[in-house]
Design a protein around this ligand. Structure first.
Ligand code: MG
Length: 314
């Protein structure tokens, strides 16, 4: 890994995905008011970027059909940006109407995953985004572009880093502000993370244009986050309690848990701007709303401590 003298970033930005990436994969229907309350907890904990919804056709993802209504209920806090995914021009139109601060776009580095997820070829998706992104930029929105299956595809296995590089260059040329390297089914390892990021940097991508989105399906999310941090990455996607089951691995852990990430980085002296105790409370709120235990390790540790304290005083 990196030599010991490498300087770590002093601070990072945690991009919270639970209201969208997390709830989208939940069977439980969460009310709009409860979503707004969860987001308020997350913002109160100090998170400054929250992906709150997706402007997909409501029929596709019923859990997110309340996008506009939800956004209208959110606390407006100085410095807090709310984000929504936009799959197409109609979604972008809705995101603009809802006065989002930023939008996210999605495509995959592997053909089969893109086809299954978006029902288009990669080439078709890219062509669509090359029209959509400049419109979003002209409207003053910030744009982050997810590239899924960067570190492996559940259908195709290995994915060539050059496929990601080619997409990255086209998306940046179209005007996106940030690329999000997605480890969609938790297949990445730290060496692979480092070599992918180095490849992008070697081709002129700036480190501040790279964000990472890791899944903890096989327990490697924090190790991968650390590898990205050593490379100088400062934007990390995470989800409260690890919310966001992986649709290709039933029962497996989903997104990297926000509490785990914040806990580790803060302990290392890397500032996140997030209050870990308040974040843990947000995790307990999410757990109560969903009525099931969440998988995040810090979350479980925190819940266990609270139970033990309760037992001692009872
Ligand atoms: Mg995810």
């Amino acid at each position: 890994m990196r030599p010991a003298h490498t300087t770590l970033p002093a601070a990072v930005r945690v991009y919270e995905v639970s209201p969208r990436d997390g709830l989208q994969n939940e069977a439980t229907v969460v009310s709009t008011a409860q979503k707004a309350e969860l987001i308020a907890h997350l913002v109160a904990a100090g998170l400054r970027d929250v992906e709150v919804t997706s402007f997909v056709r409501p029929r596709w993802i019923p859990q997110l059909s309340d996008a506009a209504e939800l956004v209208a209920m959110l606390p407006q806090v100085e410095g807090v940006d709310y984000w929504g995914l936009v799959p197409n021009p109609v979604g972008l139109e809705r995101a603009l109407k809802a006065q989002m601060h930023g939008v996210g776009t999605v495509l995959s580095a592997s053909e089969t995953h893109n086809k299954k997820n978006l029902n288009r070829t990669v080439r078709e998706s890219l062509a669509g985004l090359e029209e959509l992104i400049p419109v979003a930029k002209d409207e003053g929105l910030r744009v982050r572009s997810y590239i899924s299956t960067v570190f492996g595809c559940p259908y195709e296995g290995d994915v060539a880093p050059e496929a990601t590089l080619a997409l990255a260059e086209r998306l940046l040329a179209a005007g996106c502000d940030e690329l999000v390297l997605g480890d969609t089914v938790g297949m990445a390892n730290p060496v692979q993370v480092e070599s992918m990021i180095r490849l992008l940097l070697d081709h002129g991508v700036r480190i501040d244009q790279i964000a990472v989105h890791f899944h903890d399906t096989r327990g490697t999310a924090l190790a991968n986050a650390l590898a990205a941090l050593w490379c100088g990455v400062t934007t990390f996607d995470a989800s409260i309690g690890g919310l966001g089951g992986c649709p290709y691995a039933p029962g497996a852990a989903g997104n990297l848990a926000s509490e785990d990430l914040v806990h580790m980085f803060e302990a290392m002296g890397v500032r996140t701007g997030v209050d870990l105790e308040k974040l843990a409370e947000a995790g307990h709120f999410a757990e109560r709303v969903l009525g099931r235990e969440l998988s995040g390790r810090y979350h479980q540790f925190h819940a266990g401590s609270a139970r033990r304290a309760h037992t001692r005083t009872a």
